[in-house]
Ligand binder design. Structure first.
Ligand code: ADP
Ligand code: MG
Length: 312
């Protein structure tokens, strides 16, 4: 069984990419389970016809409230199979304002394990869709507990997506075990400028000791399918976008790399990497070279809106 995890900043497109990847794997005849590990619980919505399924933690809370214990939760309460055949689970989260989301996700994963969910459904591939911009370490629970094994970082063309991915890579470095759990690659979910993103993310991935494995274009087709509560593979199977996701599934299946990542230590290094590839980078560099004589406006153009002050 392969256990693939998609990590990245909130809103970057993890659920979109995870659902279409799951469906593309399913299309190849594999038994697939997608586990949404985000209290937002909308990971599998496109696999279930737009339905938000009950979450593991919510189901557990209902049983506890009724005076029963965890053993009262059954697989049929928490695993829902969409029309396309992907088995779907949502971890859910603690009640808002109470408890730790990471701990909650781990509880949900442990329930799946104790119910032998993967064996029961004969799962070939598990796809975990994991919110990764939580700094508390909760995001790392699926790695720590041996669930997420092949980890992909999802990035776009935005600097903050890179910043989040680099932080996640620092977490992975701490938990990776050679041969078992590691970084398998970077996936680009484009914000529009694919040529820039391809170059910039290839260099970023190489710095991490890994590879950019696939680029998903920004596309209105993807959004049109989302509003119908369907994956692109089900709703527009003949589209170029569906083929992109088939290509992603192929790339993921063919990729056996799991490295201990080597993240950039300082945010300045990450900024420099990003700037090097920015469209109009030459103009930005010359403004930067003139920084001693430049007006404040030129400094802003050089990408420095905050004065760092003297080093401590
Ligand atoms: P996350 O799970 O990381 O929070 P989502 O998958 O929910 O992010 O995506 C956030 C929004 O961005 C969704 O409305 C989705 O339709 C849109 N989106 C994601 N990827 C693309 C894309 N490649 N092209 C167009 N829209 C996209
Ligand atoms: Mg999501």
């Amino acid at each position: 069984m392969r256990q693939i995890a998609i990590y990245g900043k909130g809103g970057i497109g993890k659920s979109t990419i995870s659902s279409n990847l799951s469906m593309a794997l399913r299309e190849r005849g594999l038994a697939v389970m997608q586990v949404g590990c985000d209290p937002k619980r909308d990971s599998t919505r496109s696999l279930t016809g737009g339905r938000m399924i009950p979450t593991v933690l919510e189901t557990l809370r209902d049983q506890l409230r009724a005076g029963r214990d965890q053993s009262a939760v059954t697989l049929t309460d928490i695993v829902f199979t969409g029309d396309g055949g992907v088995h779907c689970v949502e971890s859910g989260g603690p009640e808002p304002g109470v408890g730790c989301a990471g701990r909650g996700v781990l509880t949900a994963l442990e329930i799946l394990k104790s119910l032998r969910a993967f064996e029961t459904y004969g799962v070939d591939v598990v796809v975990y869709d994991i919110l990764g911009d939580v700094v508390c370490g909760g995001f790392a629970q699926p790695i720590r507990a041996g669930f997420a094994e092949e980890i992909y970082l999802l990035c776009s063309g935005s600097f903050m997506s890179l910043y989040a991915a680099n932080n996640i890579a620092k977490g992975i470095r701490r938990l990776a075990r050679i041969g078992q759990v590691g970084l398998s690659g970077v996936i680009c979910n484009s914000s529009g400028d694919e040529a820039f993103e391809q170059q910039m993310l290839s260099e970023f991935a190489a710095k991490l000791g890994s590879r950019l494995i696939h680029v998903v274009p920004r596309s209105p087709v993807i959004q049109a399918c989302e509003v119908e509560g369907r994956t692109v593979l089900e709703h527009s199977p003949g589209s170029a976008e569906a083929d992109v996701f088939r290509g992603l599934a192929q790339a993921v299946l063919a990729n056996s790399s799991r490295v201990i990542p080597t993240p950039l230590e300082e945010v300045e290094e990450l900024e420099a990497l990003y700037r090097r590839h920015m469209p109009g980078a030459a103009a930005t560099r010359s403004a930067s070279a003139d920084a001693t004589t430049a007006q404040p406006r030129d400094r802003r153009q050089a990408g420095r809106t905050v004065d760092r002050g003297p080093a401590a």
